[in-house]
Design a protein around this ligand. Structure first.
Ligand code: PEP
Length: 248
């Protein structure tokens, strides 16, 4: 099954308004055809980045949102607000939100549903901590996090999974090609059971965790690896675009 690769940059809490715009212009100028490319800047620079992306095909994304439509939720940003700014995808369950901000799975699930029901693409992040891998619990952890999505979220174009082993994020230590393929194949199999095989065959599964130009080709040429979610290496257009090119 030929799935269109999808590489997205998660800029996290980095950049300034000026550097975000410059980075977006660089990505827009070099984004290859034949794949989906996206960038997720901090909320406050979404508008500037949308302007910098201009009419390019690069998808604008958000790193988080809240599940309510509007109201007394101080500091939060709704899916409607994101759509108003031209956002096309939103992350859920990123390990930094799960483990640093301590966001519980129930909240992740509500956010994912709101993003999906709002018509946006959900990039749902799953992945085990090192102790969980060492204890042989990788599949169990990933399975539970996958269950934050429900089978009625069944538009395969708008559900993307990012497999991001926590021990590989921002550490410089990526999963091996084989470790990534093994986890991705498990995820696709689990999705075939919870949704159906056709859906699972069409869903893109990105790898995330210290992906860089040097290891991108090996990881993304695995059968079930359909792109990447990139942190550190997405902060320079050269390295991000080199990873994008390795996906096609
Ligand atoms: C991420 O935060 O999603 C990520 C994969 O980060 P890094 O590429 O820096 O490991």
């Amino acid at each position: 099954m030929a799935r269109k690769p999808f590489v997205a940059g998660n800029w996290k809490m980095n950049t300034t308004k000026a550097s975000a715009s410059e980075l977006a212009r660089g990505v827009a100028a070099g984004a290859p055809d034949g794949m989906d490319v996206g960038v997720a800047p901090p909320f406050v620079y979404l508008d500037a980045v949308r302007e910098a992306l201009g009419s390019s095909r690069v998808l604008l994304g958000a790193q988080d949102c809240y599940f309510e439509k509007n109201g007394a939720f101080t500091g939060e940003i709704s899916v409607e607000m994101l759509k108003d700014l031209g956002v096309k995808f939103c992350l859920t369950g990123h390990s930094e939100r799960r483990h640093v901000i301590k966001e519980p799975g129930e909240l992740v699930a509500k956010k994912a549903k709101a993003i999906y029901n709002g018509g946006l693409i959900v990039i749902h992040c799953v992945g085990e901590k090192l102790a969980e891998r060492d204890a042989g619990k990788t599949f169990e952890v990933v399975q539970k996090q996958l269950e934050e999505l429900t089978p009625d979220m069944n538009d395969a174009n708008r559900i993307v999974i990012a497999y991001e082993p926590v021990w590989a994020i921002g550490t410089g230590r990526n999963a091996t090609d084989q470790q990534a393929q093994e986890a991705h194949a498990y995820i696709r199999g689990a999705m075939a059971k919870r949704w159906n095989k056709d859906f699972a065959d069409r869903v893109r599964i990105q790898y995330g965790g210290s992906m860089k130009p040097e290891n991108a080709k090996g990881l993304m040429s695995q059968t079930d690896v359909d792109g990447g979610l990139i942190g550190g290496a997405s902060l320079k257009s050269d390295s991000f675009l080199a990873i994008c090119k390795a996906a096609i």
